[in-house]
Design a protein around this ligand. Sequence first.
Ligand code: NI
Length: 256
Amino acid sequence: MTELFDSHAHYNDPQMTEKKVTPDLAYAEGVTCILNAGTNLVTSKECLELAEQYPFCVAAVGIHPSDCGKCGELQDAMQTLCSLASHSKAVAIGEIGLDYYWDDMPREVQKQWFSDQMELARELKMPVVIHDREAHGDTFDMICRYPEVIGVMHSYSGSIEMAKEYLKRGWYISFSGVVTFKNAARVREIVKTIPTDRILVETDCPYLSPVPMRGKMNHSGYLHYTAETVAEQLGMDAQEFAHVSAQNAKRLFKLE
Ligand code: NI
C-alpha cells in the first residue's frame, strides 16, 4: 500500500525511543502521515517536537484520563494546553476521554478534565481524539453535551448501535490492530456497518500489534495488516481503502 494514514501513534513512548524506532521507518513502508497523540502536557509537547522534526507527522495535544490528576491545577493545565494547541502542527485535542478499566483516577476527576478539554476543542474549533475504555455510556453523554465538536473514537470497542449514534453526529471511527485478532469477530462485524467515508485506521504503537506481528512492538510499518483486514470486511480493494481512509483522516484533521 502506498498511502496510509496512521491516525494514532505514540512515537515518543519510551519503548519506541529506547529502541530508536522513529517515524521515518514507517514512511519508507508506504505510510504517508502519522498522528502522534499526547497523553499529558509533557508528551503532548514531545508529539509537537516529532511533528517539527518529521514533515509527515502531525500531533494531537491532550491529557489522557489516567494522567489528568498529574498535570497540576486544572486551570493552569488548560492554559498550557491551549498554547500547545496553537502550534501549526497541532491538529486535534487528544487523547482525551474516560478510562474505567484501569480506574486509576476518580471518575469525577476524569469527567471534569474531559469536559474542560471538550470545551477547549469547541473554543478552538478543533477535532478531538477520544479514548473510551469501558466507559461507553459516560463518554457518549459527554460527546452529546458538545454537539459542535466532532472527532474520532480511537481503537473503537463499543457496540454497533453506539457507533451509529456517533456517525449520526458526524464522528469518525478508528480501528486498530485489534480488528485482526482471532477473538475479535465482533469488531470485524462492526467494521461492516461503518460507511467507508468515516473509517480511520491506526496502530496505537507501540501497543496493539496486528496479527501476524502480535506480541512484537508495534509501529506504523505494520499498519497495512490492519488496513487489509478492514478492507476485506468492507469488500474493498486494500489500496483503494488505504486511499479512502487517508482522505477521511485528512478531512477530519483539516489537512486538505
Ligand atoms: Ni493511545
